[in-house]
Design a protein around this ligand. Structure first.
Ligand code: ADP
Ligand code: MG
Length: 507
């Protein structure tokens, strides 16, 4: 046991959601002036536990003490009164307001009596002290993801947070920006603040934390005090997964075939009317996986949407085996053999309210066999769905259940199964494993590798650089709408690609 000065003590925390116990009698202590890692794979219950501390989620059971006295927050406002602030994975800033307005809003919401001028002054001081330079008069939508993170951190400090909870803060950063964040976390610690650093990356936890609590499937799997024990990645992996992690995908070496896709001088606008994709050109060949890395928000989504027919390019050409597919509809592109695995599973991927079976023919229902003389042939659809469920190991009682009864991992297996069953020439996958547990992620990666081995051409867009490097034959980087590279597999080292992600140069 640790004898550090306990600041927060959470005991026996339970939180149930339909079908899952997100926190199952979790004990957690945070000491004064420590950097405490909360480590676990996706779905382990990290965000839930800290949302309970932050007052945005109500526990079903358990008690919390802060500074020795009982603490039962009814909202984040109560948390702030105790000096607790959480910086979320998805930022909570008002995009149309300026940086300063966002801070004023938060201060008012928390009932703090600072004037606008005082807040401006405090922001300047915080920026100076921590090297967190943000323009107080910039509008939030103009900022990059890493700048928005700086705004959230600066806001927490302006509001005098003593306990900062950072939820997966490195996911919006390029690898080279991570060390800067760690320096900032260390500086906050030197000033006597306490930090909870949530991550699913064990290397990061080992790099910056004093202690680590590991969650596995909603329970505490271990607490490690790094000042007393040596911890290795292997040891942490075992605590995180409870067993050996699933095997990585294997790509058979394979010569690439004919060119199936040519994208030439493509320009695409984003939702705000700005150029999200600028003059992008590349080739894609049979049997290859082209990885596209990049920090979120650099035009990857708009590029992909143009290719799969969900967004009209303004300029340029998309040729599929010589067929001019520029601006073609998603339906035409399905017929041309383009499949799409989106990140937004419920919304783009499946339609809630429809059954599992109906969802398996959403794309391609007009194809022969399912649709004859204006009627859908349900027995054929059900047989098709049952085949996908079996082959892709989708856990569901019956294909006539509503699709929203499936877990995220099973919905993703269903989408991957559906898209692969279209027999695509080109598969576009956008963050296909985000939010999945390790086993489901490994399964999807093996399917992608197998498809490429069978001759499909795959575009893999992912914010997970390790996933890109593991699977891709060539690696490009999207940076401010421009596609850098692609590099060959041999050229694409972690350092090189990471540098390109952060700076937009370095080829
Ligand atoms: N609002 C919610 N409604 C239903 N299920 C949820 C909700 N929030 C989290 N869960 C579920 O609780 C589990 C833990 O989630 P979470 O705390 O977000 O994990 P982590 O942050 O470690 O990835 C997951 O199975 C997730 O699907
Ligand atoms: Mg989380």
């Amino acid at each position: 046991m640790s004898d550090c000065p306990v600041l927060v003590e959470m005991r026996g925390i339970v939180k149930r959601y339909p079908g899952v116990v997100a926190n199952d009698h979790v004990d957690f202590t945070l000491c004064s002036g420590e950097i405490h890692g909360l480590l676990g794979e996706n779905g382990a219950g990290k965000t839930t536990l800290m949302s309970i501390l932050y007052g945005s989620v109500k526990p079903d059971a358990g008690t919390i003490l802060v500074g020795g006295s009982e603490y039962k927050p009814r909202s984040p406002r109560d948390a702030l009164k105790r000096g607790i602030v959480m910086v979320h994975q998805h930022f909570k800033l008002v995009e149309t307001l300026t940086v300063l307005d966002n801070i004023v809003l938060a201060a008012r919401g928390a009932g703090l009596g600072y004037s606008r001028a005082e807040l401006r002054e405090r922001l300047a001081r915080v920026s100076e002290r921590y090297g967190l330079y943000v323009d107080p008069d910039a509008r939030v939508w103009q900022l990059s993801a890493s700048e928005k993170q700086k705004v959230e951190l600066a806001r927490a400090l302006v509001l005098d947070a003593r306990i900062l909870i950072l939820d997966e803060p490195t996911t919006v950063l390029a690898p080279s920006e991570v060390e800067g964040l760690f320096d900032l976390i260390r500086a906050m610690k030197r000033d006597g603040r306490s930090i909870v650093f949530i991550t699913h990356r064990l290397g990061e936890a080992l790099a910056v934390c004093d202690r680590i609590t590991v969650l596995r499937k909603g329970r505490v799997a271990g607490v490690i005090d790094l000042s007393r024990e040596r911890a290795t990645p292997t040891m942490l992996t075992r605590i995180m997964f409870g067993e050996e992690p699933p095997p990585p995908p294997v790509r058979r070496e394979r010569r690439r075939g004919r060119r199936v896709l040519l994208v030439e001088d493509l320009w695409v606008r984003g939702n705000r009317g700005h150029w999200a994709v600028r003059a992008v050109s590349f080739n894609l060949f049979e049997g290859e996986i082209l990885g596209i890395a990049g920090v979120a928000g650099n035009g990857q989504l708009e590029l992909v949407e143009a290719i799969v027919g969900l967004r009209r390019p303004e300029r340029g050409r998309i040729l599929i085996d010589g067929f001019d597919a520029t601006g073609a509809s998603a339906r035409v592109l399905v017929d041309e053999g383009v499949a799409y695995i989106p990140e937004d599973r419920v919304g783009m991927g499946v339609v809630p309210g429809l059954t599992v079976a109906e969802n398996t023919v959403l794309r391609g229902y007009w194809r022969r066999g399912f649709y004859e003389r204006g009627v859908i042939r349900w027995p054929a659809v059900e047989r098709h769905a049952e085949r996908i469920v079996k082959e892709f190991d989708v856990k569901v009682g019956s294909v006539s259940f509503p699709v929203e009864t499936l877990s995220g991992g099973n919905i993703q297996r269903l989408i991957v199964g559906r898209e692969i069953s279209l027999g695509p020439r080109i598969l576009v996958a956008y963050n296909p494993t985000s939010g999945l547990d390790a086993r489901a992620a490994a399964f999807i990666r093996r399917e992608l590798a197998a498809m490429a081995d069978e001759g499909a051409a795959i575009i893999l867009v992912s914010e997970d650089l390790d996933e890109i490097l593991m699977l891709s034959d060539r690696v490009g980087v999207m940076y401010k709408g421009v596609l850098l590279g692609p590099l060959t597999r041999e050229e694409a080292s972690r350092e090189k690609v990471g540098y390109m992600m952060a700076t937009g140069t370095g080829v």
